[in-house]
Design a protein around this ligand. Structure first.
Ligand SMILES: Nc1ncnc2c1ncn2[C@@H]1O[C@H](COP(=O)(O)OP(=O)(O)OP(=O)(O)O)[C@@H](O)[C@H]1O
Ligand SMILES: [Mg+2]
Length: 159
């Protein structure tokens, strides 16, 4: 396990989805992926790629009133979006403890809104606008992914 960071730039929504799909292939069961970044930086797009790989879905949209969507099973991909989170009580109602620590794979948009509740072992992804259709993604592994993950993702994105 490593705590290294890796920066990658994507030039289209399709590239971001490909990265998400490749990433989903590396995630162990129980993984928590925390996405952070401004509006329209591609968080949902990255989740769409993960859902394609894990649940063979061609389209996902963020959960709204429920704050969480589930795609596929065994492991399910749990898609949480905290943009509309009203307050800490809502997180408790959501059952965040089971969501963030389960046998499934959980990906959280606007994860900073639950910062103190996130498990220490996770993958943080920071997404930024880098002009036009360019997006810069900084992946910070926090003891979740095995050694060599950057090389594996790099080859998946370049292919
Ligand atoms: N390289 C890229 N990667 C991802 N999306 C891109 C890229 N270039 C352009 N886009 C566009 O940016 C938008 C990203 O939307 P998306 O819903 O994924 O963002 P988001 O970060 O989830 O936003 P929100 O904070 O509103 O949930 C889409 O309209 C997509 O077509
Ligand atoms: Mg989104």
């Amino acid at each position: 396990m490593t705590n290294a960071a890796w920066v990658v730039q994507t030039a289209s929504p399709g590239e971001t989805q490909r990265l998400g799909a490749a990433l989903a292939g590396l995630l162990p069961r129980g993984a928590l992926v925390a996405l952070r970044g401004d509006l329209a930086t591609g968080k949902t797009c990255l989740v769409a790629g993960m859902a394609k790989r894990l649940a063979e879905l061609d389209y996902v949209h963020s959960p709204t009133f429920t704050l969480v969507n589930q795609y596929g099973e065994d492991p399910a991909l749990l898609h949480v979006d905290l943009y509309r989170l009203g307050g800490p009580d809502e997180l408790a109602d959501l059952g965040y403890a089971e969501l963030f620590d389960s046998d499934n794979i959980c990906v959280v948009e606007w994860a900073e809104r639950a910062e103190s509740l996130l498990p220490e072992r996770r993958l943080d992804i920071f997404l930024e606008h880098a002009g036009h259709d360019l997006r810069r993604l900084t992946l910070q592994n926090r003891a979740l992914l095995p050694r060599g993950w950057q090389e594996q993702l790099e080859s998946a994105v370049l292919r």
